[in-house]
Design a protein around this ligand. Structure first.
Ligand code: ATP
Ligand code: MG
Length: 299
């Protein structure tokens, strides 16, 4: 995979028409099929391994530079591989340099605030990579599919929960992300695009294999019943919120090794493209270092 190509291939161009059906969940790099399925996989693993080493170096520089942070947002249907992708992609990174937050159903305290409140508390500090396993996008995804979840966040004054309401939320999200970008947080958003067939296969595997049983929850099956509603919600949300400040990447997710290689590539390439530098050592600091050396040598 060639980096620039990968980025362009999966990045949702801001302002352009976006259709989920133009994105193939079963995509894998072409050109290696002749060597058989394993060869493609091996090649992706090779790319991933290289990307992970590069990412570790990029993250160190981000930390040393200390002026910017990176926020990775992961959204997907159940069993699309969010957890595994986060685990693999971040495996090479210094744990002190990254923070992972998983967002579940909001608490009563969360619901007593504006919908972005609970997420703002978890934003990454400068020099760090923050990971959102689910995010404020749930508030225009699961909540759009099940508007009864709005609770006290429903619009005031008896307004309907209609198009205008959701467009207001997309606008809020875009403004929030623009605010983050202006303040030195690079936002990258990943939709792990798994097909309905592959989700079924993975659910069955969770039922068949005792060591995977714990991963299955009957509510996952219930949400699968709303598949088309979710896809519409994703399509609308991605179309409305892929911006230059915070682009969406629609990552093929039927092959886990493809997902991991693509995400690692996008993250690494983005961090490397930032204007980062190791802090310069001033003449005074150099003097102090020289004195320290003298003292140590004299011991
Ligand atoms: P896994 O199933 O792999 O453990 P998960 O992210 O699916 O990971 P769950 O505990 O199964 O974790 O699900 C979290 C649930 O919380 C999801 O159904 C999600 O839609 C829901 N949720 C997350 N954010 C919100 C929100 N803002 N409002 C309502 N529900 C939310
Ligand atoms: Mg789940």
């Amino acid at each position: 995979m060639i980096r620039k190509d990968v980025i362009d291939l999966f990045r949702v161009a801001p302002g352009k028409k976006f259709r989920l059906k133009d994105h193939n969940p079963g995509w894998k790099q072409e050109g290696f099929e002749d060597f058989g399925k394993d060869a493609v996989k091996e090649r992706a693993e090779e790319v991933l391994a290289r990307s992970l080493a590069d990412l570790a170096a990029a993250q160190e520089l981000l930390y040393a530079d200390g002026r910017q942070s990176v926020l990775l947002v992961f959204q997907a249907m159940d069993a699309a591989g969010k957890d595994g992708t986060i685990k693999h992609v971040m495996s090479g990174v210094n744990p002190q340099g990254c923070q992972v937050f998983s967002f579940k159903k909001p608490s009563a305290e969360d619901l007593a605030h504006n919908f972005l409140w609970r997420y703002t508390k978890c934003l990454p500090e400068r020099g760090r990579i923050g990971i959102f396993n689910r995010s404020y996008y749930e508030d225009v995804l699961v909540v759009k599919v099940h508007p009864e979840l709005l609770g006290r966040n429903a619009p005031r004054d008896g307004d309907k929960v209609g198009k205008k309401f959701w467009e207001g939320r997309y606008e809020d999200i875009n403004a929030f992300e623009r605010h983050l970008a202006r303040n030195g947080t690079v936002v990258l958003k990943f939709f792990l695009n798994v097909s309905k067939d592959e989700q079924k296969r993975r659910f069955l595997e969770r039922l068949d294999r005792p060591e995977k049983n714990w991963k299955f929850s009957p509510s996952d099956l219930a949400e699968r019943g709303y598949w088309d509603d979710y896809m519409r919600a994703y399509e609308d949300a991605i179309a409305a919120t892929s911006t230059d400040a915070a682009p969406w990447y629609v990552v093929p997710a039927d092959y886990k090794w493809v997902t991991r290689a693509v995400v690692a590539d996008v993250v690494t390439t983005t961090i490397r493209g930032l204007d980062l530098a190791y802090p310069e050592v001033s003449p005074e600091q150099k003097k102090l270092l020289a004195e320290a050396r003298k003292k140590l040598d004299a011991e």
